[in-house]
Every structure is written in structure tokens, then in C-alpha cells.
Design a protein around this ligand. Sequence first.
Ligand code: ADP
Ligand code: MG
Length: 351
Amino acid sequence: MFENKDNAKSDIENLGEFGLIDHLTKNFKIKQKSTVKSIGDDAAVIASNSKKELVITTDMLLENVHFDLSYMPLKHLGYKAVVVNLSDVYAMNAEATQITVSIAVSNRFPIEALEELYAGITAAAEVYNVDVVGGDTTSSTTGLIISITALGTVSKGEAVYRDGAKEQDLLVVTGDLGAAYMGLQVLEREKQVFLVNPRSQPDLEPYSYLVGRQLKPEARNDMSGLLRELEVKPTSMIDISDGLSSEILHLCKNSKVGCNLYEEKIPLDPQVITVCEEFELDSTTIALSGGEDYELLFTIKMEDYPKIKGNPHLTVIGHMTKEEEGVHLITRANTKIPLIARGWNSFEKRD
Ligand code: ADP
Ligand code: MG
């Protein structure tokens, strides 16, 4: 049944993660009137009643692909697994309400380890006020797998999609970028030191913000309320899981616009700047490609600028242009370079 007669096999890495999703899902037809938004956004939107819509999203985390248990405590992993899902709900301008948790485990894990994982899941469910309403448990031969589905609600018509950005809209980001990736670099380095000298005691104090952003990220559940208070409705929105450049390209592709992103505007924590110097890495590249920041990236109408101006959580980093103008980074030296997706790609060949 699965024989391929002409023997043509295509490598997944040629398509990349997003190309693969497009390829596999392009033939799905929407049959239900209640499907308001299907594949292609941070979450799907389903009509519920005359006032509310349901939001649903799912993510899977695999050991040694998305996390490394040699420096990721299980409790943090449980917390993070919930947060990364809720982030997609918030990226729709929705409120998260329930999650289901599915795990595949090998007998390498004692019950106590799984209790730790669930302590993290419980903590996140508490902090973000969501109920754990189900899941599935199965065995794994390869490592730990966690798959979480998050549900949320949004008032009818209030969901914000990736495809609503218009030319001249301002591009806004919450918080700061690149810290989670630099936290990972620090943890990777300490792991290597530990492998050489198991008695070494890492001093992570100078890196506390970075390591915290990597091990215990938080999702922006505060933004939908803040924007409502400021009376700003974003025209498009996405969360930053793969890196700023990849997410900008998603907004541009879906909204059919171009973008000018200004390097000097990209918000960086001072610790990111100093540690990038220490690692001899370019902080802009890290902010563009690092990923796992779980901040929100959105566009607003230019006329809304006075409403967000000076807000410490929000930074205007660029503006949208005509699609034909393309997507560019305007560097500090005022040169214009095309933005390419260098986000995290789990299908990339590693050397
Ligand atoms: P995010 O990074 O926000 O989690 P993804 O890039 O994982 O989003 O997914 C983009 C879109 O593709 C989403 O609508 C998601 O539900 C959908 N998607 C991803 N993988 C699959 C799949 N294997 N089958 C069907 N839809 C998928
Ligand atoms: Mg997302």
C-alpha cells in the first residue's frame, strides 16, 4: 500500500517544517460551518455560541529534540510544556481555559520523576488559571514525549489572526528578545564543563535572567487585557516561538504585506547584550533567530500609536510595507538586508 512505484523519495529537510505542514495539509477541505479558522494560525477558532468562539491549539515536545533532561528539571519541563501551548492561545487574543496532557514514557522514569513533571504542570495550571481536563498515557521506547492541547475562549469577532496586517501598520513586540536562546547557550556550556569535570559547580548567578527565560518561560496572558484597556485591537498577531524573523515572515506571508524592521529598535535585556559579547555572538542575530521567547508580536494601526507610546511592555520595532517591497532589516548602519527565516527548524541536518 505504501509502495512508491517510481521510487521518488523526497527529503523532509528540503521542505522545512512549515513547507511540510503546507504540503501535508493543503488538501483538507473545510466542511463544518463552525470552523471559523482552520490550519495556518497559532490556534484554530471554532464557533461556539452567538457570543463566544472556542480556540484550540496543540504542541508536542520530544526529549532530545525540544528539551534535554540533563539540565532541564522535570518540574520546569512540565511548566514550560503548558506555557508554550497557552502562548498560542494568547496569540489569538483569547483567554486560556482548559488543557489536556498526553505523555509517552519509558520505564527509565520512576514515578517520582513523573510526579515532578506533573508538579510543574499543576503549577502552570494554577498560575494561568486553566483546568487540566484529560489526556493520554502511553509507553515510549525512545524518550519522553509530552503533547499538550490548550483550549480557550474569545468573544465573537475579537480573535486576532496572522493575516490582518495592512501596509503602514506598526509592528510591535512585547518584552525583550533573545534571552531564552542565550540561556540555552549558557546551560549547554555548563553541561560540557560538567561532562569534563563532574565536580565543577556552575555559577549561574550572572546568567539568572537568561537561564530563567529558558527554563521557566512565561506566556503573555497580560496582553489581551492591557490592549483592551488601551483600546487597541491588533490587526494581526503571532507568538514568538521560533524567532523574530520567522514570525515576521509568517505575518507578512499571511497578510500579504512587506515589512521594514529596525535593528536599533529590537528590545534586548542588558544581560543578553553582555553575554552575547562573552559568547562572541551578534545580539541582533540572536534576537532574530533565537526563539522560545514566547513574547507576542503584533501589528497596530498607525493612528493607535499614541495609545501605546511609552508603555514599558511594548516596543515598536518596524512597520509594514507593500508586499512587493519585501521584508527587510534596516541595520544600525542604515543598510537594508532581506530578512530570512533562520528560526529553529527541527528537520535541519545537524553537523
Ligand atoms: P505554532 O508555532 O504557533 O505552534 P505551527 O507552526 O506548529 O504553529 O503550526 C502552524 C499551523 O499548522 C497551525 O495551524 C497548526 O495547527 C497546523 N499544523 C501543524 N502541524 C500539523 C499537522 N501535522 N497536521 C495538521 N495541521 C498541522
Ligand atoms: Mg505560535
